[in-house]
Design a protein around this ligand. Structure first.
Ligand code: MG
Length: 326
């Protein structure tokens, strides 16, 4: 399904060519002229597939022209084939998998939030546990993960997957806080890199990896909590400093984030995908008919933004290129 309206004849304002949702709302919300360079106003928002219970964790495999994503409550990882448009089951019994990424060798790395571990899928399909706890205590429920160019695996561990049976397995927590971790898969060394979050969630490095953006979605479940993105400087030794608020995100909560080659931050929120300039200004929005959780740039030119939004998978072509390794 494609959401689009006929292009008006002889538009005087390029924004008149903007595609629209079935509700009549424009797909694009241009809040700053800087956003105009990021989009093609006639590019349509496509609903590629639907019928999921709660979709998250998209990760693109250029070598397979495919996108993997999680349906958390159904405990499945799904595979969208970019050529045929078909969706198949990549894995049943995913441990309520949530965020996915790839390591430097292209292997799938997954946060299994129902089981409470971070795993790697080997080329033969076997699953290796990278980490399942810290100092003898099991993780809360790893939520999202990113791999740095030195091979280190960075992930967040909020307690969502221990609180309800919809997205995990209710069970008492073993670790007092909800932290951000850095894992060196070569040595197994695991460190807490940030311990002052309510609910750390999506995370992404800036293009040169000097900055790390981390979402705090503590507003869910406690409205007294934050719903913002924090920005840290990454030191040579892999520790963080700073951590100031980069942007407040409403409506809903911020969840997954991705960075494009020019350093803009794209974040899933209650009204779709929001685009933030490197200075933190909200410059535009791609409206999505369902609350958007996670996103991933894909396609042969890495300019197609895939969006997992509640029950559906959407995509839209942009005019930027996302950063993702490999
Ligand atoms: Mg998340």
């Amino acid at each position: 399904m494609t959401y689009a309206s006929p292009v008006p004849a002889g538009p005087r304002d390029p924004r008149d060519t903007m595609t629209h949702l079935p509700t009549g709302e424009p797909v694009y919300d241009v809040l700053d002229d800087r956003f105009m360079a990021c989009i093609d106003l006639v590019a349509q928002l496509e609903r590629l597939a639907t019928g999921y219970r709660w979709a998250e964790g998209p990760v693109y495999f250029a070598d397979q022209h495919a996108l993997l994503f999680s349906d958390i409550p159904n405990g499945r990882i799904l595979r969208y084939d970019e050529h045929s448009g078909a969706v198949s089951v990549f894995r049943e019994g995913s441990g309520n998998a949530n965020g996915n990424t790839r390591d430097l060798q292209g292997r799938l790395v997954t946060c299994e939030q129902g089981v409470g571990r971070v795993t790697r899928t080997e080329p033969d399909g076997s699953v290796t546990v990278l980490a399942d706890g810290f100092e003898g205590h099991r993780f809360n429920s790893p939520n999202d993960v990113v791999v740095r160019s030195d091979g280190s695996v960075w992930f967040t561990d909020p307690s969502y997957g221990r609180e309800t049976s919809f997205v995990g397995i209710p069970r008492p927590r073993e670790i007092e806080g909800d932290h951000v971790y850095r894992l060196d898969p070569a040595t197994g060394a695991l460190t807490v890199v940030a311990d002052d979050f309510w609910k750390p969630n999506g995370l992404a490095f800036s293009p040169d990896e000097s900055l790390l953006y981390v979402v705090d979605s503590g507003y869910l479940p406690d409205p007294a909590g934050p719903r913002h993105i924090r920005r840290f400087s990454v030191r040579e030794d892999g520790t963080l400093r700073g951590g100031e608020v980069f942007a407040e995100i409403t409506p809903g909560i911020p969840d997954g984030i991705r960075v494009d080659e020019d350093g803009r931050v794209w974040v899933g929120a209650g009204d779709g995908v929001q685009c933030l300039a490197p200075d933190g200004d909200l410059i535009g929005r791609i409206r999505v008919p369902e609350a958007a959780a996670n996103l991933a740039f894909g396609g042969p030119r890495r300019d197609r933004l895939y969006i997992t939004a509640t029950t559906s998978l959407y995509a839209v072509f942009t005019n930027v290129r996302g950063v993702q390794r490999p």
